[in-house]
Design a binder for this molecule. Structure first.
Ligand code: PLP
Length: 406
């Protein structure tokens, strides 16, 4: 390259730092953007092309053949939007770096990502899935209903090894789990899986708090709709994994069409830049709220993971629906991981689709509320929660006493 004609290019030695040596906070800001300065760009370009013109149809045939063989990202232009997209690829590169995997493959939603994993394994004749409850409600439903032809065996972590069959294609867990925040010993679970791929849904922890691939998970799933996007305005899913599995996932994505829109890819890449800061700030507030909830007589039980995080679940003595109806600053809504604090009642919404007995058996009590703590001031959030929890238990006898004297 003639650097005299490229005044924006950095000297050749500028990028000599091996990417693997960079800390997570640095990767979050720079991964997927390493080529930008050389191109004289600062913000990543958004490529909205659905097709890519080429006068060389022999070359196109070769690229399609190569993709059909390995599922590797095509060299050069992607041919067609369902094979790949350069803006989405930036997000995939960045997320793979954060999770410490070779590759990542993005989808239109977290459920599309999980579906692609099940289709990859099912197409190999490995239709049996071993899973540990609780999982996110729709993940539970997808497996229980066998919508994609899979068959599930539910077990506790200690039962995984015994539940494996010759046709077991996947072991699926969440840690911390949605919505109880139950945690698993991931290395022990991975060991129990033997050669069967372990899928860990890392939506709640994010790579800021936990990198399951380093603990033996072959597949790391995210509902990127949550913390990765981080602002409640993009729906997406992603699987971080080795390049071999990523190739299979790209082939399934191409064949079934659950692609991520390039604008969503752009927003996710932007979201990743602030992920470590957002997760750490919200986690500090969540830990404080968990402490206050645990000390509050109106609260029966608080669930907060050992690894921390911005999710808090708690069971109230009173009616959980009343609490939802009384929040004012906190948004009563399903989903999580946004800059604003959300609260919802899992038995009514996120886990409604799970059979009530299975749900309760997994520890999802009817009195459980799930709080996704955002970036608001902790005192403001506590004031809202305090009001929403209603009268303090010790105040009730006084009120009753007053009523009786009237
Ligand atoms: C939301 C969620 C999903 C599903 O993701 P979508 O983007 O809504 O399809 C999967 N796993 C967990 C833990 C979730 O919270």
């Amino acid at each position: 390259m003639d650097s005299a004609r490229m005044p924006t290019s950095p000297p050749d030695d500028v990028r000599t730092t091996a990417p693997r040596s960079r800390a997570l906070a640095t990767e979050a800001v720079h991964a997927g953007r390493d080529d930008l300065a050389r191109q004289g760009l600062h913000a990543p370009p958004i490529d909205l092309s659905t097709t890519y013109p080429s006068y060389d149809s022999r070359g196109e045939a070769a690229r399609i053949d190569a993709f059909a063989a390995t599922g590797a990202d095509p060299d050069g232009p992607p041919v067609y939007g369902r094979l790949g997209n350069p803006t989405v690829a930036r997000f995939e590169t960045a997320l793979a770096r954060l999770e410490g995997t070779e590759a990542a493959v993005a989808f239109a939603s977290g459920m599309a990502a999980l579906s692609a994993v099940l289709l990859v394994r099912g197409s190999m004749g490995l239709r049996h899935v071993v899973a540990v409850r609780p999982l996110y409600g729709c993940s539970d439903h997808l497996l229980t209903a066998g919508l994609l032809g899979s068959e599930v065996t539910w077990t506790d972590p200690a039962g995984i090894a015994d539940a494996l069959r010759p046709d077991t294609g996947l072991v699926m867990v969440e840690s911390p789990a949605n919505p109880t925040l139950a945690e698993l010993d991931l290395p022990a679970v991975a060991h129990a899986c033997g050669s069967v791929p372990l899928l860990a849904d890392n939506t709640f922890a994010t790579p800021v708090l936990q990198r399951p691939a380093e603990q033996g998970a072959r597949l790391v799933l995210h509902s990127a709709t949550k913390y990765l996007g981080g602002h409640g305005d993009v729906m997406a899913g992603v699987v971080a994994c080795d390049e071999e599995f990523a190739g299979r996932l790209r082939q399934v994505r191409f064949a079934t069409g659950g692609v991520l829109h390039p604008l969503a890819g752009y927003l996710l890449l932007r979201g990743l830049a602030t992920l470590p800061v957002r997760v750490r700030a919200a986690s500090a507030t969540a830990a404080e709220l968990a402490r206050r909830l645990a000390a509050d007589p109106r609260v029966a039980r608080v669930h907060y993971p050992r690894i921390g995080g911005a999710m808090v679940s708690f069971e109230v003595h009173g009616d959980p629906h009343e609490v939802i109806g009384r929040v004012r600053l906190i948004t009563p809504a399903v989903s999580l991981g946004s800059v604003d604090t959300l609260i919802q009642h899992p038995a009514s919404i996120s886990h409604r689709i799970v059979d009530a007995d299975d749900r309760r058996g997994a520890g999802v009590s009817d009195r459980l509320l799930r709080l996704s703590v955002g970036l608001e001031d902790a005192e403001d959030l506590w004031a809202d929660l305090d009001g929403a929890l209603g009268e303090r238990a010790e105040a009730i006898p006084l009120r009753e006493a007053l009523a009786r004297t009237e």
